[in-house]
Write a protein that binds this ligand. Structure first.
Ligand code: CUA
Length: 331
């Protein structure tokens, strides 16, 4: 895929142009002030060099205009860069639009696994539809990795122990590099892949065609389950682990119920409030004493030893389904 020399990667997401504009601004400002300061240093060094015939008396100690100038201009330039980049950062790492396609990804020494909403999974390849927001929920099975798609100008660390999200809108069909951008061991440099942006119709066909393009299957990380199957598997696991023994829908004296929990505000023992998102559910399964709901004792044991990320994901799929059925009942 040699396309000749270019300074920047292709612009293939809605963020790409915005990031490039900011980058251009920072480059122009840096080059301008570097040239200005260097130029003045050289100019004065030459003009007032030893033995040159220039007037040296009557030099002023202060000049208010100059001082205000060199305070105010950098302040304005600095604040512009701050506000601009903070807004862009909040856009990329903030919550995605509600209609975003949710793809789940796991980083593992030294591969990427992705799972589409309908259960189709793929390794080291990611197919996404054109023009639709895609929300990536990412987690690592071992060390810190980093999900990096230069053409999308998107990079997000992939951590063991906590979900990280990032989103983007692909704006150009094509095949783009996917990198791991965090040194994660011997084969780090080979932890690469391809992101393919397809027209929405092609993506649908691809999805229904089973999708699994790479021959590497299994690895014990992800299974090809439909959303319904994931919920069913999660429910099975929920009963196996006897979660319902304490978290019963009818009796909430021992533990809070799970119905409608996902996405709701939860009051904690220390008086703070938190939204019950994926990270909160996951933490509460693996480390229940971290955030105890107000009115309850930290009596739940940790399930960390019994579950891998895939099984935690199944449990969360089930817990989420408990909130969705609630919504559907409302007129
Ligand atoms: Cu994974 Cu570097």
């Amino acid at each position: 895929m040699v396309r000749g020399f270019s300074l920047l990667p292709e612009q293939a997401s809605s963020f790409a142009q915005q990031v490039d504009r900011l980058f251009l601004f920072l480059t122009v400002v840096t080059v301008f002030f570097t040239l200005l300061v260097t130029g003045l240093v050289l100019f004065f060094a030459f003009r007032y060099r030893h033995g040159s015939r220039v007037r040296r008396e009557g030099a002023k100690d202060t000049d208010l205009r100059l001082e205000i100038g060199w305070s105010l201009v950098p302040l304005i330039v600095g604040l512009t860069a701050f506000v601009w980049s903070a807004k862009l950062y909040a856009g990329i790492y903030g919550p995605p639009p509600a209609d975003a396609l949710e793809i789940f990804g796991v980083g593992k020494q030294w591969m990427w696994y992705f799972q589409h909403p309908n259960g189709v999974r793929e390794n080291n390849e990611l197919h996404v539809p054109l023009g639709r927001p895609v929300k990536m929920t990412l987690i690592s099975q071992d060390v810190i990795h980093s999900f990096f798609v230069p053409a999308f100008r998107v990079k997000r660390d992939v951590l063991p122990g906590s979900y990280n999200m990032v989103w983007f809108v692909p704006t150009k069909p094509g095949k783009y590099h996917l990198f791991c951008a965090e040194y994660c061991g011997t084969q780090h440099s080979r932890m690469t892949g391809w992101v393919t942006v397809m027209k929405p119709e092609e993506y649908e066909t691809w999805l229904t065609g089973g999708g699994s393009t790479s021959g590497v299957s299994g690895q014990g990380v992800m299974s090809n389950l439909s959303p319904e199957q994931m919920v069913a598997e999660g429910e099975k696991l929920y009963r196996q682990l006897r979660c319902n023994a304490c978290h019963s829908a009818s009796d909430t004296t021992r533990a809070p119920g799970h119905k409608g929990l996902y996405g709701k505000k939860v009051k904690l023992r220390d008086g703070s409030e938190i939204i019950a998102d994926e990270n909160y559910l996951r933490e509460s399964i693996l480390n229940p004493s971290a955030k105890v709901v107000a009115g309850y004792q930290p009596t739940m044991p940790s399930y960390g030893g019994l579950l891998n990320e895939e099984r935690v994901h199944l449990l969360i799929a089930y817990l989420k389904s408990l909130s969705k059925s609630e919504e559907r009942k409302k007129p």
